[in-house]
Ligand binder design. Structure first.
Ligand code: PLP
Length: 424
């Protein structure tokens, strides 16, 4: 039986994705193989537990799939421990917190209003309710993290866990220095690479694996896989709390983390998504993916340069990765209004707080732009200059419906050259 209502809506969404310029920094277009696998018979299978240790029968094939996903992920990042079961990035972080911390423990993370993530101790998230969050931020002048201030905060508050990683920080991270700071106060270091994971896999950014005790990520942002999460460790190690098992042996972090995910945070894993993750990890190991990640960064740098030439202010003055944070305070338009105008022109972005923003999270003074999705569509540096022309035109004419409509028609015609999911 067909569900015409949902089919019609799916088709509408496909048209929206095809015709528009997708500049949301956390989005991408997964391959057809990834999408097809998410719609496979694997969705029917319960498989609580881990390969070889399941609470359900009939998991022989599932075990092979999950083991393949783990092996491919470890190959991709040069890690030795991987958990592919987290349903999302936030859930991966929740599982890690649950595994490593006791309620009331102090955590040190990146300030949300400076580009951090809700799951790193925001008061509206469980992480900010169960644990005691302290935040480091960027400098008002440079827009960069001052590592000496991070060190001072760590010294002062003695966190159990330090988190590096963000959702709207356009620069790379000094993982080595973060590790020194963590070691100096006896904290564990979590690297949340949800955003740059693909660029790290493509070897275009600093490698966090040797420096972070634990890594969390999503699989659907620059990594271009299905919607999901993961956890990694470069090397397994004995838990630092002296916990022992029934045989009197130290409990290893791998087993602490596995228990954090299941049964700690989740029930049955999404094996259809895990199979799709395995496909994405394989895709990301190809030379063509490395080329893709180079182009993502090159496109972002081109947009940064073009925006600056039009007198836009960029948080931190530019970018090292796939995203830009435009500070609109000098252009007297709010993030909310800018987002609305751009969306009318089929240029999809999100409003975003900028560091030291005087507006609320619902209004904001900035917009965040990312190049991961458009680069998957095949857009190059020259195209990115054209995009900046459209953005500028739309923002200068934010109240002019007719003008915004004309830009939309141009955008739609332009995107017609870049096919997406052609046979659907
Ligand atoms: C996106 C993101 C997450 C959360 O991912 P979800 O899959 O949306 O739960 C976690 N941490 C950071 C830094 C992110 O950017």
């Amino acid at each position: 039986m067909r569900d015409i209502q949902i089919e019609t809506l799916l088709q509408k969404e496909l048209v929206r994705q095809r015709q528009g310029l997708e500049l949301i920094a956390s989005e991408n277009f997964a391959s057809k193989a990834v999408m097809k696998t998410m719609g496979s018979c694997l969705t029917n299978k319960y498989a609580e537990g881990y390969p070889g240790m399941r609470y359900y029968g009939g998991c022989e094939v599932i075990d092979e799939i999950e083991t393949l996903a783990i092996d491919r992920l470890n190959d991709l990042f040069g890690s030795t421990y991987a958990n592919v079961q987290p349903h999302s990035g936030a859930q991966a972080n929740a599982a890690i917190f649950l595994a490593l911390l006791e309620p009331g423990d102090t955590i040190l993370g990146f300030e949300l209003s400076h580009g951090g993530h809700l799951s790193h101790g925001s008061p509206v998230n469980f992480s900010g309710k169960v644990y005691k969050p302290i935040f480091y931020g960027v400098e008002e002048e440079s827009g960069l993290i001052n590592m000496e201030k991070v060190a001072k905060l760590a010294e002062l508050h003695k966190p159990k866990l330090i988190i590096c990683g963000a959702s709207a920080y356009p620069r790379d991270w000094d993982y080595k220095r973060f590790r020194q700071i963590a070691d100096s106060v006896g904290a564990l270091l979590l690297g949340d690479i949800a955003h740059p994971a693909g660029l790290i896999a493509g070897k275009q950014l600093d490698d966090p694996i040797p420096h972070c005790h634990v890594i969390s990520s999503t699989t659907h942002k620059t990594l271009r896989g299905p919607r999901g999460g993961l956890i990694l460790m470069g090397e397994d190690f004995e838990n630092p709390w002296g916990r022992i098992n029934k045989k009197g042996e130290p409990i290893m972090m791998s087993s602490v983390l596995n228990s954090g995910v299941f049964p700690g945070m989740q029930g049955g894993p999404l094996e259809h998504v895990i199979a799709a993750k395995a496909i994405a990890f394989e895709e990301a190991s190809h030379e063509s993916f490395i080329e893709y990640t180079k182009q993502v960064i090159s496109n972002a740098k081109t947009m940064a340069k073009a925006l600056k030439s039009k007198n836009y202010t960029l948080a931190s003055g530019g970018t090292d990765n796939h995203l830009l944070l435009i500070d609109l305070r000098s252009k007297s338009i709010s993030g909310k209004k800018a987002e609305k105008a751009l969306v009318k022109a089929d240029i999809t972005v999100n409003k975003n707080m900028v560091p030291f923003d005087d507006k609320s999270p619902f209004i904001t003074s900035g917009i965040r732009i990312g190049t991961a999705a458009i680069t998957t569509r095949g857009l190059d540096n020259e195209n990115c200059e054209q995009i900046v022309e459209w953005i500028d035109e739309a923002l200068l004419n934010a109240d002019n419906e007719l003008k915004l409509h004309h830009i939309k028609i141009e955008v739609n015609r332009f995107m017609g050259q870049f096919p997406l999911y052609q046979d659907q």
